[in-house]
Design a protein around this ligand. Structure first.
Ligand code: S3P
Length: 179
């Protein structure tokens, strides 16, 4: 099914706290690819932090930034793209990523995610009285999108290097299959 796809890039999707940025940096270095973090690009384009975009302009404005960056990504080659956790929870964004990237989803349970993100205040969606409940609710909505990735890599009980090795293994396999 994917044989007609051009796999130019490697995209990492998954919930907050699954290690997309850290794993992406390791993979980019190993593959000699450029690393791009969609949140960082949005902050540079908007001239403000993600937290400020949410607070001053609201979540819909942030999702519009994500839509714009997804459009821009279609010109990319040899790039490891770490996306914000909510970016692929949108059919058009996910379909666009898949036209040029092998898409890997990093997975973790709600409890593990909670342990990893607690105490961090830069994620506006989790500034809630019950962040674990919010994580569970968001995961229910997002799981059907995350499951459309080309590969799913479990990040539980694996360090970042082990996760990166799994991701690259899947990426290399895809290139053999689609060559
Ligand atoms: C979000 C995840 C964040 C960031 C924003 C919204 C989400 O990125 O894009 O706070 O909707 O899940 P990380 O997944 O890199 O934390």
């Amino acid at each position: 099914m994917t044989s007609a796809r051009g796999i130019q890039n490697l995209a990492l999707i998954g919930f907050m706290g699954t290690g997309k940025s850290c794993v992406g940096r390791i993979a980019a270095q190993a593959l000699h690819f450029t690393f791009l973090d969609t949140d960082q690009v949005i902050e540079a384009w908007a001239g403000k932090t993600i937290a400020d975009i949410f607070q001053l302009e609201g979540e819909p404005a942030f999702r519009e930034w994500e839509r714009r960056i997804v459009e821009d990504l279609s010109h990319r080659k040899k790039t490891v793209i770490a996306t914000g956790g909510g970016l692929p929870a949108n059919e058009a964004n996910l379909a666009s990523l898949k036209t040029h990237s092998f898409v890997v989803c990093l997975w973790a349970s709600p409890e593990t995610i909670y342990e990893r993100v607690r105490g961090h205040s830069h994620r506006p969606l989790l500034n809630e009285t019950d962040p674990l409940a919010k994580i569970r609710d968001l995961l229910v909505v997002r799981e059907p999108y995350y499951r459309q990735a080309d590969a799913l890599v479990n990040t539980e009980r694996r360090n970042l290097r082990e996760v990166a090795a799994q991701v690259m293994h899947q990426f290399h396999l895809a290139q053999v299959v689609h060559r």
